[in-house]
Write a protein that binds this ligand. Structure first.
Ligand code: F42
Length: 330
């Protein structure tokens, strides 16, 4: 598969700002825009529909929605609406969701693999049109239908764990893997491939998305400075096994965690260069290109550029469009 570039935005900015940034991304050669979905942010589908009406080419989808806060029928109707308004540009990113927010909503996070699998199957059936009946472990649909069918929409599964990665390979058109380092993809691609093989699917058509933390600037120093706050959050939220895999000292990790207890600036100050290297694509355009080359070798086919993008968002999008993407298209 030819490498493509996507961009991630959090749904914590207003619709107009996001539409302008995504139109700007489209004009700079980015081919996918993914909007995060959390109950406490703006509604991802409302934003996507607004943005769909203000863009022309870029593919648009939730990155990623979940099967717990909306039913399969609601998800199908929402993504079909985005597809209709955008003239067929919708992509459907779905993952098991964020357990912490479910706890605060009183939602039980039961059977995440089964729930994602069944929801994907039901959403696909709904958007193809016609009556849907489905007798699953968690989805029970009895002859329901949407009043409008839109055909197929590519499904991307947000996955980190081995079973979820294998499920993505077995039923998805792509995966969105929250990682920025080639070492993480050696393992992820193996798991996705195994899933595809177990379902007799052609892996060569599968889109392996690296859902990265990305920071580009004219100088590496400026890029690293912008990457440090996001890296601090990633370090604080990652399990110890991740640091062991990448050879990051747990003492250094503890300093970041302790920093958060004192104040955010202490946490940022404790972030090491190694951490930035493992948890982001970061540097001047040439350094970013070199990391992307390594990710391609590891099997990645879509680079999703995520927060912070760089010291200034628009300048970073321009650098991606003018200096990074052309390197891979020529
Ligand atoms: N979450 C959000 O809520 N909003 C977002 O916008 C968002 C964006 C996003 C983007 C990329 C990405 O990769 C993840 C993103 N996430 C977002 C997080 C995502 O929703 C998931 O929380 C995240 O991907 C972690 O999922 P996971 O792949 O680690 O899967 C979990 C469920 C897990 O623990 N999986 C394990 C595995 O091996 O895959 C084990 C699963 C397991 O034990 N299952 C049970 C069993 O017995 O095997 C249950 C079996 C059953 O029937 O389900």
């Amino acid at each position: 598969m030819e490498l493509t570039f996507g961009i991630e935005f959090l749904a914590n900015e207003d619709a107009q700002t996001l539409a302008e940034l995504i139109k700007f991304s489209e004009d700079n050669g980015l081919e996918y825009a993914w909007i995060t979905d959390h109950y406490n942010n703006r509604d991802a589908y409302g934003l996507l529909t607004y943005i769909a009406a203000r863009t022309d080419k870029i593919k648009l989808g939730p990155g990623v929605t979940n099967p717990y806060t909306r039913t399969a029928a609601q998800l199908a109707s929402a993504i079909a609406t985005v597809n209709e308004v955008s003239g067929g540009r919708a992509v459907f990113g779905i993952g098991p969701g964020d357990k912490v927010t479910f706890d605060s909503l009183g939602i039980e996070w039961e059977k995440p693999l089964t729930t994602v699998k069944e929801t994907v199957e039901v959403v696909r059936a709904f958007i193809r049109g016609g009556k849907v009946s489905y007798d699953g472990d968690v989805c029970q649909i009895k002859g329901a239908k949407l009043n409008f069918g839109v055909g197929d929409i590519p499904v991307y599964i947000g996955a980190q764990g081995p079973k979820m990665l294998a499920l993505a390979g077995a039923i998805g058109d792509g995966a969105l893997v929250n990682a920025s380092h080639p070492r993480d993809f050696e393992y992820a691609v193996r798991a996705i491939k195994a899933g595809a093989e177990s379902a007799n699917r052609d892996f060569s058509k599968f889109d392996v998305g690296a859902y990265t933390s990305f920071s580009v600037a004219d100088t590496s120093e400026a890029a690293v400075k912008a990457a440090r706050p996001v890296t601090a959050f990633i370090v604080a939220g990652s399990p110890d096994a991740v640091f062991e895999k990448h050879g990051i000292s747990l003492d250094d990790v503890e300093k970041v965690r302790a920093g958060f207890k004192k104040g955010f600036s202490d946490a940022i100050a404790a972030v090491t260069d190694d951490m930035v290297d493992v948890f982001s694509i970061c540097g001047n355009p040439d350094e970013c290109i070199s990391r992307i080359d390594d990710l391609i070798d590891a099997g990645v086919t879509q680079i999703v550029t995520g927060s912070p993008l760089g010291p200034k968002k628009k300048a970073a999008i321009e650098l991606i469009g003018k200096e990074i993407i052309p390197h891979f298209k020529d």
